[in-house]
Design a protein around this ligand. Sequence first.
Ligand SMILES: [Zn+2]
Length: 242
Amino acid sequence: MNKKKIAVLLIIFIAIIACAVSYIKFTSIYANNQVMPLKGVKVVIDSGHGGLDPGKTGINGEDEAVLNLKIAFKLKQTLEIMGAEVVMTREVNDGLMEGGQAWHKDDDMRIRHGIIQNSGADIMISIHLDSHMSDRSVSGTGVLYYGKSEYSKELAQAITERLKVLDTDGKMREIKQRDNLLILKNNPMPSVIVECGFISNAAEEKLLQKDSHQSKIALEIARGIVDFIYENAYFKNKLSVL
Ligand SMILES: [Zn+2]
């Protein structure tokens, strides 16, 4: 074998080793991300309403604010298992107010918006339930986003895709642009409101009261967040594993 042949074989051998090493490295990163796919990501969760503001009331008398908080906590738990850091705007079923002041809806919303804006989070999810009192047959989830934020629209789309599995009526869900809602306005991070179902629909209200259904909603929202992060290089770069 001449020197030229040996050199070519050596180069091929080195190339094979390099490929194998990078493949092993890639698969181990993938494996790590499978365990904690949101490590390095911070999410702020807003549980809608609370205290003197019960939100919508269900046909069986359940308050939206109570169910929102239960779903919000399940989402927190799911995201933390996935490695994310989570900030909550409220952790008990009270409204937000400043020391000594009486509760007022406008102040509550301003304080809530302040927590979101100062959270340093990469993503904001606000949990709510829907209601349609004049047609109690209406059911299903819905995601609202702020129109001036393209990332918010993409996040809304990603979560909607995942939530589809929970909707039993077979109807296609459209994401909804809402530019007049303070909680979504001018946030430094992609922000959406997830309406987790219709509390005015008796069957859906019963479902929403179930721990297992609340967990399913939380899991699908979390999966939507993972899809969104991994589809956008800007957010993907925030992951600590990569
Ligand atoms: Zn609400």
